[in-house]
Design a protein around this ligand. Structure first.
Ligand code: UD1
Length: 416
């Protein structure tokens, strides 16, 4: 069984560069089917979720190839509009194919998407929005069938600022007739990045980063070469890993305002943080103090950093209270942290964490991507060896995590 063996207790130190953001790249890959012309994604991370998305594109007849770190995509030969259950279940982002294919070809049949098991992840907001644009949607035997004669822009109010639904509406409406206005849109930086990519193809989308997004439908889109933003969740994970080991690390490739919620918490703590352009330098000041936070849509504390932050707080001085407001089942890492000596009680959405002196090594299982990252973070602090299984979840979103951490002085072995 594939696993990581982490020999804990080493301070991280050195320099590291983050990959392009997974959550930018995945909708951008879906958006690449909106043109017959060549699209180049520079600095495309070779993570498992990208591989899964490429499998979906290839199954439709899209040609893709890597030229070093650049991914070259040509969607001129699409022949297929069905995304099978096997492919769709591999990742949540398969859902972006719904907006992209309906936009370009006015038809798509897709099995319900998979992804991390972190609670109910319905797609009702996506579907309601597509219907508003004129798409006829039927759901049968695990598949969503979408058909449209034409797509017509209009005002769409999202019941919740869902990241995926906002992106799907953008994809679906970019070539619709007239103007679409998304109210209560999500404001995540990756949505702004998707908009920049589409605008570089000739789209007219305004208001990124605010809760009202305006899309002025265009006739067609052209090819583009685009470099997505750096991965704020990867950067946040490595900042937390540095803090928990009492280390000193420079992280390059990240716009700090995209993770200011975490930075504020770490600055208020014992960490010294310096920012210069796209570089964040963190020097831990020793054992951290407890802090509390509630996750929420951007710019609130990102749910994707909740699990790594929980690991950090499990060895902080004092009691922290964490509230997970975005997903119902995002605490699967907590029983695993408890195996490592953490003192955490979960009551509904809230986790109460009493910091202990230090964690100890144990055999633990990663059940989802960010929960898995939190176990690696915990293992870096722990006394002795931590064995993390279920690493396929971690590798969906972190490229070469053991290699990157080992380059900073960690001792992690990947066993095949
Ligand atoms: C995206 C991110 C994921 C992140 C999450 C929240 C990508 C590829 N993934 O996921 O890393 O954790 O945003 O920041 O960008 N919901 C509904 N109905 C819907 C859609 C969503 O009830 O139709 C609910 C979800 O179940 C969840 C909440 O809304 O409880 C937030 O989901 P959403 O913002 O859509 O997250 P994703 O796009 O799936």
């Amino acid at each position: 069984m594939e696993k990581y063996l982490i020999n804990g207790g080493r301070k991280l130190s050195g320099k590291i560069k983050v990959e392009s953001a997974k959550n930018s790249v995945l909708p951008i890959l879906a958006a690449s089917v909106l043109t017959d012309e060549e699209v180049v994604i520079e600095n495309c991370p070779k993570i498992a979720d990208v591989t899964s998305m490429l499998k979906i594109l290839n199954s439709l007849g899209v040609k893709t190839r890597f030229d070093e770190d650049s991914l070259i995509i040509n969607a001129s030969g699409i022949l297929e509009y069905t995304i099978t259950e096997t492919l769709s279940k591999e990742l949540r982002s398969s859902v972006f194919m719904m907006g992209a294919l309906i936009s370009r070809f006015k038809k798509v049949k897709i099995a319900y998407p998979g992804g991390c098991d972190i609670g109910l992840r319905p797609i009702d907001i996506h579907i309601a929005a597509l219907k508003s644009l004129g798409v006829s949607v039927t759901e049968k035997e695990g598949y969503v069938n979408c058909l449209a004669e034409k797509l017509t822009g209009r005002e769409i109010y999202l019941d919740f600022p869902s990241v995926g639904a906002t992106e799907n509406v953008i994809l679906a409406s970019v070539m619709a007739k007239g103007k679409t206005e998304i109210k209560n849109a999500a404001r995540e930086p990756e949505i702004v990045d998707l908009m920049k990519f589409l605008n570089s193809m000739g789209a007219k989308i305004y208001g990124g980063g605010t809760s009202t997004i305006l899309i002025d439908g265009v006739e067609s889109l052209s090819g583009s070469t685009f470099k997505p933003i750096g991965d704020r969740i990867e950067a946040g994970t490595y900042l937390i890993a540095t803090a928990i080991t009492g280390g000193e690390v420079e992280i390059k490739g990240i716009d700090v305002k995209n993770i200011s919620a975490l930075i504020h918490k770490l600055c208020d703590n014992t960490c010294k943080i310096t920012i210069k352009n796209d570089i964040i330098y963190l020097k831990s000041g020793g054992k951290g103090k407890a802090f509390s936070f509630s996750t929420g849509p951007h710019p609130f504390f990102p749910t994707d950093l909740q699990a790594p932050a929980t690991a950090l707080l499990s060895v902080a001085d004092g009691v922290s209270v964490v509230t997970e407001n975005v997903f119902e089942m995002r605490y699967k890492h907590i029983p695993e942290l408890i195996k490592m000596g953490a003192d955490i009680t979960v009551k509904g959405k809230t986790a109460i964490i009493k910091g202990v002196e230090r964690l100890h090594g144990a055999s633990v299982t990663s059940f989802d991507l960010r929960g898995g990252a939190s176990l690696v973070v915990a293992g870096l602090n722990a006394e002795g060896v931590t064995e993390v299984t279920g690493i396929k979840h971690i590798e969906r979103g972190y490229f070469n995590m053991p290699q990157k951490l080992n380059a900073l002085g960690a001792d992690i072995k990947r066993i095949n």
